[in-house]
Design a protein around this ligand. Structure first.
Ligand code: C5P
Length: 315
């Protein structure tokens, strides 16, 4: 008799058996629909209240069995990334191995579409994908909550990329709870800048500018998500880091203006930037805004994406 692949008390997609073939995991980018930055804590991080939203722009990681740990990459910006132990993917695999007692052995290949240093959490997404991929490759059978605990030790956004969807983030962003939005899809246009922005540099500029706002809890945003009306949602998008990103890159104001001139319902900097994100009424409207932005040549690349989508998942 063959062993059952799933035992009854496990989540349906988390087999405890190690995979013999390659494991492919797809992971989305994120934007922040609301990002309120509070005071600096004693550990140097800022207290956040944020609403994360996973969008359909993906990186993909393939994990195969190996005798050591190796990483190769292709695609968007990979020439600039380290393949060594400092890469967040390598750190994620080492952390999972340490936690589970498994040898940190895997051959990983990363295909990147999410621009790096763009305010879209591309590096965090890759770390989340590596955790999910090696969990499956090794058959460690951790729950998503277990993976999120390891993820939190690696970076503030990583637990959200394990989860996906739309979620409230608190603490330094690592404490996430899902927001149920009833299956409605929102349409976004992303204007990707030529050159990235460093997240710590943007937070430092935020402190120097003392750009704190008095934003309360995102109740209006939550209500707008439930109403499913993009014009209402447009009035509720907020990002405290926008002033700091614009201070460092004043020319991003032209990109925001170009998107609004193209008819977007709202435009804002994504996370710590420099990507600008625009809300559209529907897929057709998003395509029209994207075409206008491309024509204006104000940015390196334009993408459309739908959200919310699931977090890191085995294909
Ligand atoms: O957590 P993560 O490594 O992604 O954060 C990158 C940098 O962003 C931190 O080193 C810190 O400078 C800044 N940050 C912060 N407060 C947060 C999250 C990030 O100051 N809540």
């Amino acid at each position: 008799m063959t062993e059952p692949l799933f035992s009854e008390d496990e989540e349906f997609d988390r087999p405890r058996l190690a995979a013999h073939g390659p494991v492919r995991v797809r992971v989305p980018a994120k934007i922040n629909l609301h990002l309120h930055v509070g005071p600096v804590r004693s550990d140097g991080f800022h207290e956040l209240t944020t609403v994360y939203h996973a969008i359909g722009l993906y990186d993909e990681i393939t994990a195969r069995r190996g005798d050591t740990l190796t990483l190769t990459m292709e695609g968007e910006g990979t020439g600039e990334l380290s393949l060594g132990e400092d890469n967040l993917v390598m750190r994620a695999v080492r952390a999972l191995a340490a936690e589970t007692g498994h040898d940190a052995h895997a051959r990983l290949h990363l295909k990147k579409q999410i621009p790096i240093a763009a305010g879209l959490a591309g590096g965090s997404a890759d770390a989340a994908a590596a955790l999910v991929a090696c969990d499956q490759l090794w058959g460690t059978g951790l729950s998503r909550d277990d993976l999120a605990v390891i993820a939190a030790t690696l970076g503030s956004d990583i637990p959200f990329l394990v989860l996906g969807g739309t979620a409230l983030g608190t603490g330094r962003g690592e404490l996430v709870s899902p927001i149920l939005t009833g299956g409605h899809s929102w349409h976004w246009v992303l204007a990707v800048a030529e050159e990235g922005l460093s997240t710590p540099v943007v937070y430092r500029a935020f402190d120097e500018l003392d750009a704190h706002t008095s934003a309360g809890p995102p109740d209006g945003l939550m209500a707008a998500l439930r109403q499913r009306n993009p014009e209402v949602l447009a009035g509720e998008l907020a990002n405290d880091l926008q002033a700091a990103a614009l201070h460092l890159r004043p020319e991003l104001q032209q990109v925001l203006d170009a998107g609004l001139d193209a008819g977007a319902l709202a435009g804002m900097i994504s996370g710590s930037g420099p990507t600008c994100v625009f809300l559209a009424e529907d897929a057709r409207h998003a395509a029209l805004i994207a075409a206008d932005l491309e024509e204006s040549r104000c940015c390196r690349a334009v993408r459309t994406a739908v959200g919310p989508v699931p977090g890191a998942r085995v294909l």
